[in-house]
Design a protein around this ligand. Sequence first.
Ligand SMILES: [Cu+2]
Length: 268
Amino acid sequence: MVGTFSTDITGLLEAKASETVDLKNGDTYDFTASIVKKTIGNSVVKMLAYNGMIPGPLIKIEQGAEVTLNFTNNTDIDTTIHSHGVRLENKFDGVPGMTQKEVKPGESFTYKIKFPDEGMYWYHPHIREDYAQELGLYGNYLVVPNDPNYWSPVNREVALFVDDILMDDGKIAMFSKASADRTLMGRFGNTLLVNGETNYSLQAKAGEVIRFYITNSANTRTFNISIPGAKMKLVGADGGKYEREIWSDGVILSPSERAIVEVLFANT
Ligand SMILES: [Cu+2]
């Protein structure tokens, strides 16, 4: 149909869950955005993925390291990579028409990114986020602090993306190809997603403490996140660790924000 994007899933590979990729200073990583299919609820729909994953790979990197991302756009829309919150060289900030030209389908762009600050960051396109980010183009950078005592000891670390998507009769509601048709590219969804799944689950052992790094990748929805029955401590956010930790029943997270919480699962 003219004016909308293809929703055909014929021949597409199924999106994988996010995997952790450890990058060291000086490493080069091939990074491709492509068209995939994914199950949302009872429907199989066309989506977009970084290196075949939704969310994209969790790129784990030591504080101060610099890496090269060889990015290729194999999607059906112009795109860029914006490294949200990372203090990087302006020409690699991924803002079309300002810091670089858009990367058209079939084209590539090389990003050199240095990570001066510890904490959780994320990457996403800086063009038509209402479409491309909504369909799965988002992932985290976890920058490991140089100071080994920066964070409190925990049993496990888990990254979570909270998101929503607008489903309409078993399909993702249509997008205009010409331009974003919502204010500030925000479109409320009617289906909530954690790490791209409608039924995300995680097993915790009794007595386990897990540090969650939570990112809101929704275009406009603010989330109030709590884990009933578990004790939650807010320890950090966009700028890394808080000076003082706060016991909390829940955290409010607006679009693009991160919260870092440590959760004690006293009972399974
Ligand atoms: Cu951003």
